[in-house]
Design a binder for this molecule. Structure first.
Ligand code: SF4
Ligand code: MG
Length: 326
């Protein structure tokens, strides 16, 4: 993914300066085979738009996505259809994305039907195989989505996403609508499928504990930009960015004997139509200095594979831990 941007134009008066919501504003990364990249941030930070732009469901305003050696934005409609088999998406609310008038068998088998390579009988056989693989009772193949629980509906969404044997799946808050007990089951299913099928995931979530559980690498987004990106252990244990630290300190700890470092976020997320000057996080950063208001920090690699966008990142590790304790 190379410097991808998704800007939505805002309605403005004629002859006045054009304004945009910069939902995704210059994001680059490489996703490796069989890897899970977690994408975290508050709602409204552009995570879902990033997922849809990568898939070209929303064409980017600038930048490009290179997938298996080809630039997605340069593909013909036919090539794009073929590429889509390799690149699938799972949504937060499986119910909204499942057509209520279709049976589960029809929903899961639809990508096969569109592809049109198998006979009707072979399609049914394949659907049954996939249903068993994701833990759905194959006897329910002729039932309708409303007859299933939330967790089962997400299994239907997953079955549909894997039936064409893709290599990448964008998972957009796939467990956020589910009860905590069901979340673990769905996450374990995703992990098992990844090991078995060699899948790579882009796992979007606002929940840092879920992302920690599934990811190899984590990207932290704020106002359409990457604030920090690192291997999981580095991101959680050698955190560099004040925003990441604030998000981490907001995660509840199960063990009440563990004394939690607290760093609260001031105020609300600013509008992406009118982002703050300099470092876009300065209005909420407890460490902001004059420089932060005027100069935009670059995303910089401070350690191997550990990127951070902060003027004081090299001082952050360690030093700021003292501040937490107050
Ligand atoms: Fe905070 Fe300044 Fe770093 Fe931005 S650049 S995160 S405002 S310390
Ligand atoms: Mg979202």
């Amino acid at each position: 993914v190379a410097d991808i941007k998704k800007w939505f134009p805002l309605k403005t008066l004629p002859f006045s300066e054009k304004k945009y919501i910069k939902a995704v504003d210059g994001i680059s990364f490489t996703l490796h085979e069989n890897e899970t990249l977690g994408v975290v941030g508050e709602s409204g930070c552009g995570k879902s738009t990033l997922g849809r732009t990568i898939m070209n469901l929303l064409p980017p305003s600038a930048g490009k996505v290179v997938f298996q050696g080809k630039v997605i934005q340069e593909l013909s409609p036919k090539e794009l259809r073929e590429m889509r088999q390799q690149l699938q998406i799972i949504f937060q609310d499986p119910y909204a994305s499942l057509n209520p008038r279709f049976t589960v068998g029809e929903i899961i088998g639809e990508p096969l039907a569109i592809q049109g390579k198998l006979t009707k009988k072979e399609q049914v056989q394949k659907v049954k195989e996939i249903m068993a693989k994701v833990g759905l009772n194959v006897n329910y193949i002729n039932r309708y989505p409303h007859e299933f629980s939330g967790g089962q509906r997400q299994r239907i969404g997953i079955a549909r996403a894997i039936i064409l044997e893709p290599s990448v799946i964008v998972c957009d808050e796939p467990v956020s609508a589910l009860d905590v007990s069901i979340q673990a089951q769905v996450i374990n299913l995703l992990k098992d499928l990844q090991a078995e099928m060699g899948l790579a995931y882009i796992f979007i979530s606002h929940d840092l504990s879920v992302v920690r559980h599934v990811s190899d690498r984590v990207m932290v987004m704020y106002l359409g930009q990457v604030m920090e990106m690192a291997d999981k252990e580095d991101l959680y244990h050698r955190t560099l960015h004040p925003y990441t630290k604030a998000l981490l300190s907001a995660v509840p700890v199960a063990d009440r004997h563990v004394k939690k470092e607290k760093l609260m976020l001031k105020g609300d997320l600013p509008s992406p139509a009118d982002p703050p000057s300099g470092c876009c996080f300065h209005t909420r950063c407890v460490f902001a200095q004059e420089l932060c208001r005027t100069q935009t920090p670059e995303l910089t690699e401070y350690r191997k594979n550990h990127f951070c966008r902060c003027h004081f990142a090299d001082k952050n590790e360690g030093e700021y831990h003292e501040d937490y304790k107050n």
